[in-house]
Unconditional design. Structure first.
Length: 426
């Protein structure tokens, strides 16, 4: 068995938001194979280009010991594999484990005696040992915890955050035996300045990860329900939250659209597992239901406000400001604004899509329309500000108002601006 982290030859499987910064951080300390099946992605990384705009050229230069590859044969020399592939849900909101299984098959084909496989992808409790380990055993012809070992260290990457980087976010670690758990913990301590928390088992670490985002989802669902209620009572939700926040232990969550590949996905992994053992989760799914329907609620609210102000809805021009799932990042996957857009199209509104962060070709794939490069002055009946991009803050409410016709609605879903600025807030 491997006794020291100095004996570990690392391969990172999957080079997205999670895998790339992890690979680069480790490559400051030791030789790392950065593997991804997407040839275009690998060629970009070799040229020190990150299409997600999360990693700058200086970070690439610091990682002097990395080799980017899409060639599976380059994994032969590795004895420690870290899997960082996506774990989405399917159209029925069930876990889609195909990327995870595919990655396990790739690793299983190169697994040797005493090798270690660490997973970082978000899963439900028990998934690694129930779904991934059998794949590794089958393809390698090796026995788990005798000939090879596993660990789980859930990712905590925060896309768009330029302050909280991988090295200063505390890391949960775990291993399939006490000895491997310590070795994995020592490995991550090489790069995590904030320290680590060694969980007593892989299942505990899996559970900890999946409830982190479930808790956030429920808290956001609660304030979204507050927002719906206070709107009916003609009370400004932000005023209420600001007043409540004067208490020291009030949690500062804000209403809004919930999207992305974590908060809007992870609760379904937990509820899937719960149902598989005969437990029907109630609170978790109630929160999911509220957040899943917020897009339709926002669109209906806008339509009603337009009608009340005498703005003709059909063929109205609406500017959508922000298509990414969160501020200051390029990722439009599972963005909450998509439900708003789909709903507004049913009302036959004419939409201009605008996001200075998002890739225009990715937008075309999702919405079958290219975004505009710059909003036109005095063109729009309504503007929906859906993402709190710094660029939108810098633009300012006065400039945004210049995009509008004389009679208009500005629906500020992120409360970037004050109600005194003549905007409607969620």
């Amino acid at each position: 068995m491997i006794k020291s982290i100095n004996e570990l030859n690392l391969a990172i499987i999957g080079l997205g938001y999670v895998g790339l910064p992890l690979a680069l951080e480790f490559a400051k300390k030791k030789t790392v194979i950065g593997f991804d099946l997407e040839k275009k992605r690998i060629n970009q990384l070799k040229s020190k280009i990150d299409k997600n705009l999360e990693i700058n050229q200086n970070e690439f230069k610091k990682a002097k010991k990395i080799k980017f590859t899409y060639n599976k044969k380059d994994l032969k020399s590795s004895n420690c594999f870290i899997v960082t592939v996506p774990t989405p849900i399917d159209k029925f909101k069930r876990p889609d484990l195909k990327p995870l299984i595919k990655a396990s098959q790739i690793v299983g084909g190169f697994l040797k005696k005493n090798d270690i496989v660490i997973y970082e992808s978000t899963v439900y409790p028990g998934c690694i040992e129930e779904k991934c380990v059998p794949v590794l055993e089958k393809l390698s012809k090796l026995e788990f915890n005798k000939n090879f070992f596993c660990g789980y260290s859930p990712e905590r990457i925060n896309p768009g955050d330029k302050k909280l980087k991988i090295s200063n976010i505390k890391k949960v670690t775990s291993g399939s035996t006490p000895e491997i758990a310590k070795l994995i913990d020592d490995l991550y301590r090489q790069i995590i300045k904030a320290g680590t928390h060694r969980a007593p088992s892989i299942k505990v670490a899996e559970s900890a990860k999946v409830i982190e985002n479930t808790q956030r989802d429920l808290n956001i669902a609660l304030v979204n329900e507050f927002s719906i209620l206070f709107n009916k009572l003609n009370i400004d939700t932000q005023d209420v939250l600001n007043a409540a926040a004067s208490k020291w232990n009030f949690l500062p969550f804000r209403p809004g659209l919930v999207g992305g590949h974590c908060i809007g996905v992870d609760p379904y992994y937990l509820t899937y597992k719960a149902k598989s053992i005969g437990y029907d989760p109630k609170v978790i799914l109630a929160g999911r239901n509220i957040n899943d329907t917020m897009g339709a609620y926002v669109a209906n609210q806008l339509i009603n406000k337009m009608k009340n102000k005498g703005i003709k809805v059909e063929n109205s021009k609406i500017l959508i400001m922000g298509l990414t799932f969160k501020e200051n990042c390029t990722d439009i996957r599972n963005s909450g604004i998509q439900n708003v857009i789909n709903r507004l199209k049913k009302f036959k509104c004419k939409l201009d899509l605008y996001d200075p962060w998002a890739d225009k070709f990715e937008i075309k794939k999702v919405y079958n329309d290219y975004p505009i490069s710059k909003p036109t002055q005095k063109k729009y009946d309504s503007v929906v500000i859906s993402v709190a991009h710094e660029k939108f803050k810098d633009l300012g409410i006065k400039t945004i108002k210049r995009f509008c016709k004389k009679n208009y609605i500005i629906y500020d879903l992120k409360s970037l601006f004050s109600k005194d600025d003549d905007v409607i807030r969620l």
